[in-house]
Design a protein around this ligand. Structure first.
Ligand SMILES: [Zn+2]
Length: 332
């Protein structure tokens, strides 16, 4: 990756950027949830692949497609609640969105995203199909504000081979990722809830956001069983024995900062440390400890935790951590 030493955006430019994001999300010309997914995807990729400079960033459509699949995987599964039949969320105002149908086809063959990834042929084919749709649909329409195109994220003409984020965009996305994520998730949930295909069933249901965006908990018990051996029955933070105390799987980089599960991010902590840490970053001594653990046990973490359906990629996890700690220092 090449980064020029482009200047970072001024405060005024940063505000203008946020204003644009807000306008996009308010413009109301949404026929599917793709635009939300695209904004979230490029934000997460700016964190994983970018730096805190004002440089442009080229994103491969395959990588964006991967983020789409990750975001939609859980939402494509049947939504099960009280006495009703399982229900499939409609993600567009017309026919079911194509990407959802493709993912649902894959789900008939593969129980988890991790299992799907191991079938390289299928996985690559799915990514190509999704990439094509992303390129033809949300990439074309995202920057449309009430009928007018405002190219503030990327220039469509230059983005045929890969999506080229304009200078300063990567910087703003990394700075404001929490705002972008939260706004997009909120609008996305509203869109799904108010979509007339879903409304009858979902009206007033409280746990829709949980289903759509909360970390998936059903395999965390097995992650805990693995980590307890790896950590030799000790709390990751205070080192006390976990033998006679309650413990939980903790997101080392808090979910509120980076809402995607990655295998290397899990540590086991006793209830006291877990609730003390809450949504905060652990102090830097633990960052080092965590990185060392990941290097030392990389192979075992990849082998064991990917089995439970989680993405495992040490470099990606560590880049996210670098970003989070830099942000924390900057924001004191
Ligand atoms: Zn502890």
């Amino acid at each position: 990756m090449l980064f020029s030493t482009a200047e970072i955006p001024t405060h005024h430019e940063q505000l203008k950027f946020l204003k644009h994001i807000q306008q996009i999300l308010q413009s109301g010309t949404f026929t599917s949830t793709y635009k939300f997914a695209l904004l979230i995807s490029i934000t997460r990729l700016a964190i994983e692949q970018g730096q805190d400079t004002g440089a442009a960033l080229h994103l491969e459509y395959q990588d964006i497609a991967e983020k789409f699949i990750d975001l939609y995987w859980k939402q494509s599964l049947p939504f099960q609640f009280n006495q009703y039949e399982p229900f499939f969320l409609k993600q567009s105002t017309g026919q079911q969105a194509k990407i959802i149908s493709e993912i649902q086809k894959a789900q008939q063959q593969f129980k988890t995203l991790a299992a799907l990834r191991t079938d390289v042929l299928y996985w690559n084919r799915l990514k190509r199909t999704v990439a094509t749709t992303v390129k033809q649909m949300p990439v074309v329409y995202l920057q449309n504000l009430n009928g007018q195109t405002v190219e503030f994220l990327y220039c469509l003409e230059d983005s045929k081979q890969s999506l080229k984020l304009l200078p300063k965009v990567m910087y703003c996305l990394r700075q404001f990722s929490e705002i972008v994520e939260e706004l997009c998730q909120k609008r996305w949930i509203d869109f799904v809830r108010l979509n007339k295909h879903n409304l009858v069933v979902l009206d007033g249901l409280p746990d829709l956001d949980e289903f759509m965006f909360a970390p998936s908990r059903n395999q965390l018990g097995r992650v805990a069983d693995y980590l307890i051996d790896l950590q030799q029955y000790q709390c990751f933070y205070c080192g006390k024995s976990l033998k006679n105390s309650k413990y939980a799987v903790d997101h080392f980089i808090p979910w509120s900062l980076y809402p995607a599960d990655t295998g290397h991010n899990f540590v086991l902590a006793d209830d006291k440390c877990n609730s003390q840490k809450s949504n905060y970053l652990a102090s830097e001594q633990f960052l080092q400890k965590w990185q060392e653990r990941n290097y030392l046990h990389d192979q075992s973490i990849v082998r064991e935790i990917s089995q439970f359906g989680f993405l495992t990629d040490i470099q990606r996890s560590h880049r996210v951590a670098d970003w989070a700690y830099k942000q924390a220092i900057e924001n004191e």
